[in-house]
Design a protein around this ligand. Structure first.
Ligand code: SAM
Length: 360
């Protein structure tokens, strides 16, 4: 445990200005506590889904690696380490092997159980037979499927009592498991989309995205196109069928989404970015920006993040260029977008969804 543990200050460092949102939960605290009960300090350890760096900062003094899935997560952990004077660099993406086999793994259970399973696959590949895994979760997020998945990989799954509405489970007795491909296929519009487990949206192309694609307005003059929050790349891919000569830029905060999009869309006119903002793009860069923007962040709903991204879109669009989005009606983005763009129109609307076009 970090010798300065009680003085660590963990912040969110995200694009949201909501100060009421916390950078860690009782599930993180309980996971750390459970680890302290079990651990032998010099054994190698890996941490998964440490959203803002609470666990990494507390355990950076040990032989610790952190597996990241999001750019926002990587930036927050790096910032928290720096702000707390911690020198930590052992980061690994979820598709690469760890530098060494671990005896311990700590895992905050993600909302996507497919991603949870991908993490268990990674642990299975990168651990000794004696590995002990502590998973942490808020009791309101518990689902029996979580235990079912854990039992595919481990003989013993022992749940703790609840403390401050959080619980842990300790997994021991690693089973021998076949290495899985980690990729699902989704058939849509005569194309077989590939995506890593846990990438939005599971099982089928999102219905909002399908509605968007029906109403999206593209023009042969749209030479430079940005798909913001691109997921598996479906929106850019479908546009490219109509505008094969255009250049496509695909940005997503999720490492697995970016790697999925690379499977679906590549070529000289395609560029992928593992990023959670547009700060690397110059102003006046794009003719068209398209997005099915995020507003769910694990179990939180936060529209400040998409609104921040819309402001960035305005900066990055060429004069005369446009942003088109699909969204849930209830989010009422139109009024927010009218504060950013001179011209905002509803292109299509049904009971649940709206497609909005904003011109610069
Ligand atoms: C609603 S999904 C849309 C995915 C894809 N475009 C589709 O239509 O299936 C939103 C995506 O936003 C990504 N995301 C979340 N925060 C982001 C951010 N700050 N910058 C870029 N992408 C982000 C998520 O990883 C997710 O892939």
């Amino acid at each position: 445990m970090n010798s300065n543990s009680s003085n660590l200050k963990i912040k969110r460092y995200d694009l949201s200005e909501d100060k009421s949102l916390k950078a860690f939960s009782a599930a993180d605290e309980l996971t750390l506590e459970r680890f302290s009960e079990l651990s032998s300090k010099d054994k190698p350890l890996v941490i998964y889904n440490d959203r803002f760096g609470y666990l990494t900062c507390h355990l950076a003094d040990l032989k610790t690696s952190t597996v990241y899935t999001n750019k926002s997560q990587l930036s927050a952990i790096t910032s928290n380490c720096k702000a707390n004077g911690i020198n930590f660099e052992n980061y690994c993406d979820p598709l690469s092997p760890l530098a060494y086999k671990v005896d311990f793994a700590l895992l905050k259970v993600p909302k996507s159980l497919a991603l949870f399973e991908l993490y268990l696959q990674h642990i299975s590949e990168n651990s000794t037979t004696k590995v002990q895994v502590v998973i942490g979760f808020m009791t309101r997020h518990f689902s029996p499927k979580m235990i079912e998945i854990a039992e595919k990989y481990f003989e013993n799954v022992e749940q703790s009592r609840a403390v401050k509405k959080a619980r842990t489970a300790t997994l021991t007795g690693k089973k021998k498991i076949e290495k899985a491909s980690l990729i699902d296929s989704l058939e849509f519009n005569n194309y077989n989309y590939q995506q890593y487990w846990g990438v939005f949206s599971a099982k089928h192309i999102d219905y909002a995205t399908q509605y968007f694609l029906k109403h999206l307005q593209v023009d042969p003059k749209d030479q430079n196109i940005l798909d913001l929050a691109s997921g598996n790349g479906v929106i850019a891919k479908e546009i490219s069928k109509k505008l094969p000569q255009s250049t496509f830029h695909l940005v997503d905060d999720s490492y697995l989404a970016v790697e999925s999009a690379k499977l679906n869309m590549n070529g000289e006119n395609v560029q992928h970015y593992f990023e959670n903002n547009l700060s690397n793009f110059d102003k006046n860069s794009f003719n068209l920006i398209v997005s099915n923007p995020p507003f769910h962040f694990e179990h939180e709903i936060n529209i400040q993040i998409p609104i921040h991204l819309f402001k960035e879109c305005f900066r990055c669009l060429k004069p005369g260029g446009n942003l088109q989005i699909v969204a849930n009606n209830q989010l009422n983005y139109s009024s927010q977008l009218k504060n950013i763009f001179p011209k905002v129109e509803t292109v299509a609307q049904n009971e649940n969804l709206v497609v909005i076009k904003c011109e610069k």
